[in-house]
Ligand binder design. Structure first.
Ligand SMILES: [Zn+2]
Ligand SMILES: [Zn+2]
Length: 213
C-alpha cells in the first residue's frame, strides 16, 4: 500500500487506529494509554476542514480543530466560518484556538485549548493562562507525537504502527488541506487548493453583486 496524502489514505489511517484498539480523545483530560489525540491545525482552508470533519464523523471519529482568528487566508467571522463552527459542534468535534503569538484571546467559540501557529521553541511548550497548550506536558511528548507538516511524516506514515498498537498513546497532527487537495508534493497540493479557491471566489464575487458578465 502506498501512503499518499489523500482522503482515501486518511480513512486507512483512521481505520488503522481503530484496528490498533485506540480511542479518539479530546484535549480535555491528560492522555491515557490507548488514546489518539487527533489534532487539526486549520492554517489555510475552512472548506478542507469541513470536508475532513464530515469524513471523520462518518467514521465515528472525534478530533479537535484549531481555528485561527488572525488568519491571512480565511475569515472565521464570515458566513463560511460560522457554518464550520456550528457544524464542528454538531458533529461532536472539539474546537480550539490556533493562536498567533503572543495573542491567545479565547472567547465562547473555543474550548480552553490553544495551539500556536508556527511557534518558536522558546514559548512553544510554555503554559498558557486559562487554557491547555497542546504542546505542553502531559499532552505533548516528542515520542508520542506525529505530524504531517508540509507533506512529510518525519518518521514515515504512522498507519502501520497504529494498526499494530505500537504507540502507548499519540498526539497526531493532521493539516486538512494537505489531504483534501490532490498533489504529490506540497507545491502541487497548494496549487490545487489555489485553483479551487479561485472558483470559490468567483462564486463569492457573484454573491456580492459583482458584475462578471
Ligand atoms: Zn500510511
Ligand atoms: Zn498553523
Amino acid at each position: 500500500m502506498t501512503c499518499s496524502f489523500e482522503l482515501d489514505h486518511y480513512e486507512v489511517l483512521l481505520d488503522a487506529a481503530a484496528a490498533g484498539g485506540y480511542r479518539f480523545a479530546l484535549f480535555d483530560e491528560p492522555p491515557e494509554r490507548g488514546d489518539v489525540l487527533l489534532r487539526h491545525d486549520v492554517d489555510l482552508s475552512l472548506d478542507a476542514a469541513l470536508q475532513m470533519a464530515e469524513l471523520e464523523a462518518r467514521a465515528g471519529v472525534r478530533a479537535t480543530y484549531f481555528l485561527m482568528t488572525q488568519s491571512v487566508f480565511y475569515n472565521l467571522a464570515s458566513p463560511e466560518g460560522l457554518r464550520l463552527l456550528n457544524r464542528l459542534r454538531e458533529l461532536g468535534h472539539g474546537v480550539g484556538l490556533h493562536a498567533v503569538w503572543p495573542g491567545a484571546e479565547l472567547d465562547e467559540r473555543f474550548d480552553p485549548i490553544v495551539a500556536w501557529h508556527n511557534p518558536d521553541p522558546d514559548y512553544m511548550s510554555e503554559p498558557v493562562n486559562g487554557a491547555v497548550n497542546v504542546m505542553q506536558a502531559p499532552y505533548f511528548d516528542p515520542d508520542h507525537y506525529r505530524s504531517d507538516s508540509n507533506h512529510h511524516w518525519r518518521y514515515g506514515c504512522p498507519h502501520p504502527a497504529l494498526a499494530r498498537g505500537e504507540f502507548e498513546w499519540l498526539q497526531l497532527l493532521v493539516h486538512p488541506e494537505i489531504w483534501v487537495y490532490p498533489g504529490s508534493t506540497m507545491r502541487e497540493t497548494m496549487t490545487a487548493m489555489l485553483d479551487a479557491e479561485r472558483e470559490r471566489r468567483y462564486d463569492l464575487l457573484a454573491d456580492d453583486r459583482i458584475d462578471l458578465s
